[in-house]
Ligand binder design. Structure first.
Ligand SMILES: [Zn+2]
Ligand SMILES: [Zn+2]
Length: 274
């Protein structure tokens, strides 16, 4: 199994998970055109996609979906609640977008549940709910031939369930959204938006991630990819340094041999393969 983060940040998120037989695009937060360009960059033919999996309806995860469905022919895996929310997302109704979305998804949906296992081709998915202000957001463990890759973005805090799901993984793609200080000092975001991001159903900070890395991470994962970095309230170097420092703070007996990779909104990461 291998994966690449095609793009990640406040403006759009998309991850590609592949085995020899199965290719799953997770979220379409970039435009359809850009998604197709990035698939080509990582040498994957869009016609070979087996599924698009949508974690939640927020535009930075689903805005490219409708147009992409004109080009790709595979089904869309989505929960019922997310689908409903996607169809009534804060949209400009004058251009009839809700109807267009509904038409595009007709006969294309494979309905999943955010806490019930499902499979796509030879990949087993174990989804789990996360605290976020969307209808039904979930993280998931993707499993193939004993390898476990976990993806978790857009969550405000670690829960017991999340900590448990992050055990025994080979790779983890995880949100490191903002530096708390940078967010508080950010002159562009309103007070309300800052409160939303900082809340327990908002986004995970570098500091929250750091605390988990030092105290709860089981050190199984060889790769951790930091994702969903805010372009206004984070700095890639700072996010990496905070995570690496957190790993070094671990008790000597529990040192982790883990590579930290940063994902960017402008370009795909290298493939990480098992
Ligand atoms: Zn997001
Ligand atoms: Zn979100």
């Amino acid at each position: 199994m291998k994966f690449t983060v095609l793009g990640s940040g406040s403006t759009g998120n998309s991850v590609l998970i592949c085995t020899e037989k199965t290719k799953v695009l997770v979220d379409v937060g970039l435009s359809a055109k850009e998604t197709l360009r990035r698939l080509a960059l990582v040498d994957v033919d869009f016609a070979d996609l087996d599924a698009v999996l949508v974690t939640h309806e927020h535009s930075d995860h689903a805005s490219g979906l409708r147009v992409l469905l004109n080009t790709v022919r595979c089904p869309v895996y989505m929960s019922g609640e997310t689908c409903e929310a996607y169809l009534r997302e804060k949209l400009n109704k004058t251009n009839n977008e809700p109807q267009k979305r509904s038409d595009a998804l007709k006969n294309r949906i494979e309905q999943i549940e955010s806490s019930k296992d499902f499979c796509i081709g030879d990949v087993d998915f174990e989804p789990f709910s996360v605290p976020h202000d969307a209808a039904d957001n979930f993280g998931f463990v993707a499993k193939n031939k004993g390898v476990k890759i976990t993806t978790i973005m857009d969550f405000g805090c670690f829960t017991t369930l999340i900590k448990e799901k992050l055990r025994g993984c080979d790779a983890i793609i995880i949100e490191s959204n903002h530096s708390r200080d940078m967010l508080k000092a950010c002159p562009i975001y309103s007070w309300e938006l800052k409160q939303r991001i900082l809340s327990r159903t908002g986004h995970l900070s570098n500091e929250d991630l750091s605390e988990w890395l030092t105290n709860d991470f089981d050190s199984a994962a060889r790769h951790i990819v930091l994702a969903h970095l805010s372009q206004r309230a984070n700095e890639p170097h700072l996010a990496r340094l905070t995570a690496q420092t957190a790993l070094q703070m671990r008790a000597p007996l529990f040192k982790a041999e883990t590579n930290i990779t940063i994902s960017y909104h402008r370009e795909p990461t290298e493939w990480i393969q098992f």
